[in-house]
Design a binder for this molecule. Structure first.
Ligand SMILES: *[C@@H]1O[C@H](CO)[C@@H](O)[C@H](O)[C@H]1NC(C)=O
Ligand SMILES: *[C@@H]1O[C@H](CO)[C@@H](O)[C@H](O)[C@H]1NC(C)=O
Length: 526
């Protein structure tokens, strides 16, 4: 009876028609530093990831999905739909500074909230910590359980010398000593247990497999003798395996609650894995070139898959090489939630700058019809006088990619298979002939002049063909210059207000320093 009355009330206000089905739930799972070659659906059995593989197998594997080469830039882009050349977040935000994603930009959860969604965030934020308005609960999430920094201890939740774990806006000291992977899962299972008339959006941003390498002893033992004696690789394998278990627990709960078929699930990594012992860790993007912190394919073309309502039977289990960029999630998911490709345009917040060249595109037709929508992917662009900052300049147009690197991490330059994996025994899901892999690496390559790669036929970037195709280089450089025109300088923390503060050993926003205080305003309004 109560349900019927609620339904009649909705009909009376015109927000629901009989013909309209409930919009899908959306579960967005983001992994941290997980390499292209750290999931078994890409071919290697070294790290069995049956649960993540299920998302790919029952949906679409996105093998030309691009993100930024480091953490905060990708996250800012997912949340705002804006390219880093417009958010100004080219590098990870530094703990303890005021820097943040511009709070005047509307976020994905803010739009979904307007569309009637329950919005929840669990896990890593890394988009600002200085004021309440910059925290997830100030950016469109009705609930938040997680941390605000980029790199912290999984168990003590210490980051840059202070405790960083929040339940809403309250510091959650009670979980000091509890591993984050299990914490996030418990929270999500809890959310999924509560029935709601509204569809949900859950942004589940895992800490795995970022360093410090702290898998449980049990997870570590699974890889005993399987990583060529390399302890760092074993640590990453353990963390990836724990991540997969966690995804499995969430999928099982969705099935138990009969929510699985009504939930669109996105799985993606935030950037290419740091490889080869760099930063004391050993993710793998092999056979692609390079890793985290670089604009090579290995740093930017990351593991991703999508499954759920709206993906037609004929595309289930397929591998797509149509381009998708991290900026596309906002317009695409909002379109799905609204069931209307024009909703975003019609509901654009007054006075807010509109999307520019390089920002998000609605790529739903790629997922629902299997057709190409995006032809170009901007990886990074800077104004001319800033070509030496951040990672460099790079643009993909069709099959071609131009690339000019700023001085980079040499550890992340070449092609190194992970210890314990024999490449000759693996069918990687990319058309690279391992026999063509150069024997040595030129660390100055692409730093003075543009390199050119055909990333359709040579996704492993074995052969720079700039000399053979000067006209193509010139055409792409000209196109890149259009992107460079709108690129903004890096965010300056001086423009972002007061710095976060350390209180009772914990990081706190400067406008709510009391660790025990919960910011209740939002709940009062509802
Ligand atoms: C976390 O627990 C450890 C061990 O009990 C303790 O030494 C540390 O001070 C605690 N951290 C915080 C921020 O309370
Ligand atoms: C945030 O974006 C607005 C609109 O583009 C801009 O005017 C403002 O300067 C930006 N704020 C910061 C701190 O960058």
């Amino acid at each position: 009876m109560a349900f019927l009355l609620a339904l009649l009330a909705l009909l009376a206000t015109g927000t629901l028609s009989w013909a309209e089905a409930k919009p899908p739930n959306i579960l967005f799972i983001l992994a941290d530093d997980l390499g292209f070659n750290d999931v078994s659906f890409h071919g290697s059995p070294q790290i069995p990831t049956p649960n993540i593989d299920e998302i790919a197998r029952t949906g679409i594997t996105l093998n030309s999905y691009y993100a930024q080469p480091v953490c905060s830039p990708t996250r800012a882009t997912i949340m705002s739909g804006r390219h880093v050349s417009h958010t100004g977040i080219y590098m990870p935000l530094m703990m303890g500074t005021a820097a943040r994603l511009n709070i005047s930009y509307s976020t994905l959860p803010q739009f979904l909230e307007k569309l009637g969604y329950d919005t929840h965030m669990v896990g890593k934020w890394h988009l600002g910590q200085n004021e309440l308005a910059a925290m997830p609960t100030g950016r469109g999430f009705a609930s938040f359980f997680g941390y605000l920094s980029g790199e912290e201890d999984y168990i003590t939740h210490q980051a840059a010398g202070a405790f960083d774990l929040f339940d809403g806006t309250r510091t959650a000291f009670e979980f000091n000593g509890t591993h984050s992977t299990g914490l996030w899962v418990s929270k999500v299972l809890n959310l999924l247990s509560k029935p709601s008339e509204k569809p949900f959006f859950i942004y589940l941003a895992f800490q795995n497999v970022h360093w410090p390498l702290e898998p449980t002893e049990e997870a570590l033992r699974r890889f005993e003798g399987k990583t060529g004696g390399d302890a760092q690789r074993q640590g990453v394998c353990g963390l990836a395996s724990m991540l997969d278990d966690a995804v499995g627990q969430v999928i099982r709960k969705l099935k138990d609650q009969r929510l699985y078929d009504d939930t669109l699930i996105v799985f993606a990594s935030d950037n290419g894995g740091p490889t080869n012992g760099f930063q004391g860790t050993w993710s793998s993007n092999y056979p692609m070139r390079g890793g985290k912190n670089t604009l090579w394919e290995g740093g930017t073309r990351v593991a991703a898959a999508i499954r759920g309502p709206g993906i037609p039977q004929e595309l289930v289990g397929s591998v797509s090489y149509h381009k998708v960029h991290a900026a596309d999630w906002l317009p695409t998911l909002v379109r799905v939630a609204a069931n209307d490709p024009k909703w975003l345009e019609r509901n654009w917040p007054q006075g807010e700058p509109v999307f520019e060249l390089g920002d998000g595109m609605d790529v739903w037709d790629t997922f629902s019809k299997g057709v190409a929508v995006r032809e170009e992917v901007l990886l990074e662009a800077h104004q001319q006088d800033e070509t030496r900052i951040a990672h460099g300049n790079s643009l993909i147009v069709g099959d071609w990619k131009i690339l000019k690197l700023s001085p980079s991490q040499q550890e992340e330059f070449g092609w190194v298979p992970p210890p314990g994996q024999n490449p000759r025994e693996v069918e990687y899901q990319l058309p690279c002939r391992l026999a063509d892999q150069p024997r040595s690496v030129d660390y100055t390559e692409c730093s003075e002049e543009f390199c050119l790669f055909n990333v359709a036929s040579d996704p492993c970037e074995y052969r720079n063909v700039a000399k053979e195709h000067p006209k193509i280089v010139a055409r792409l450089a000209e196109r890149l210059a259009e992107y460079q025109k709108t690129a903004v300088p890096a965010v300056n923390s001086k423009d972002c207000g007061c710095a976060p503060v350390m209180v009772k050993g914990a990081w706190r926003p400067c406008d709510l320093p009391d660790p025990g205080a919960a910011w209740a305003l939002r709940n009062l309004v509802v």
